[in-house]
Design a protein. Structure first.
Length: 227
């Protein structure tokens, strides 16, 4: 008896459908991955502009929303010495929100033109700062600098903006004494631990009756009229 061998028919239609489905999935995935950032929201910056932040983060050309990693953007931003910390969030419609915290600029060194940050690093800026920065007209010894910055930061920014020049001016009694030249024409002698008293500067001014002179906060609290 002759054995009949049946040939299995190749089912092409299900195979073709499978290939098409895979191709569609790949196409959709590639399309989604290439979707660009639609909007960038930046907060917290004062010295650096929005354009600066966008460029530092690598978002200038509005790249792929999904291929651009938060960690990469953070690392890029923190390479700038002005940036202390970065927080990045994503929201619907391909929006990236960047919130930065900048180191505060305390003063500008007259000898080299660099700005000194609260962490003692020095930076060069090619733009004006959004708040008034006093000039340090001489050198502060390293052994004094840390304490100076610690107590100087306790002075309100509104008062610090009234200081035009800072001079390290020790005498035989106190090596931590400074002379501050105010933008209203007055001068203040002060020691490091008494810097917080400057927060009452605006309250003292009316008592001077418009006179200019030296306010001694290094030894007592008295005012000497300029001759």
């Amino acid at each position: 008896m002759t054995k009949v061998i049946k040939k299995k028919k190749l089912r092409l239609l299900p195979f073709l459908i499978f290939i098409i489905v895979i191709a569609v999935i790949v196409f959709v995935c590639l399309f989604v991955l290439d979707t660009k950032v639609k909007n960038i929201i930046i907060t917290g910056n004062e010295v650096l502009s929005d354009d600066d932040i966008i460029e530092l983060a690598g978002l200038t050309d509005y790249p792929s929303f999904y291929k651009t990693l938060n960690l990469t953007m953070k690392n890029n931003l923190k390479e700038n010495p002005l940036i202390e910390s970065v927080d990045i969030n994503r929201s619907f419609y391909h929006i990236i929100e960047i919130d930065v915290k900048e180191y505060e600029i305390l003063y500008k060194r007259e000898d080299n033109g660099k700005y000194v940050l609260e962490n003692k690093k020095e930076v060069t800026l090619d733009k004006e700062t959004p708040y008034t920065i006093p000039r340090l007209i001489n050198e502060i010894p390293k052994k004094i600098l840390n304490r100076f910055i610690k107590y100087y930061k306790r002075v309100d920014l509104s008062i610090r903006e009234k200081i035009s020049e800072i001079k390290y001016d020790p005498n035989e009694f106190d090596e931590e004494r400074f002379l501050l030249y105010m933008d209203d024409g007055n001068s203040v002698y002060i020691t490091i631990t008494k810097f917080e008293r400057l927060n009452y500067y605006n309250e003292v001014l009316p008592q001077l009756d418009g006179k200019k002179g030296y306010l001694y906060l290094d030894s007592g609290n008295h005012f000497q009229i300029m001759q």
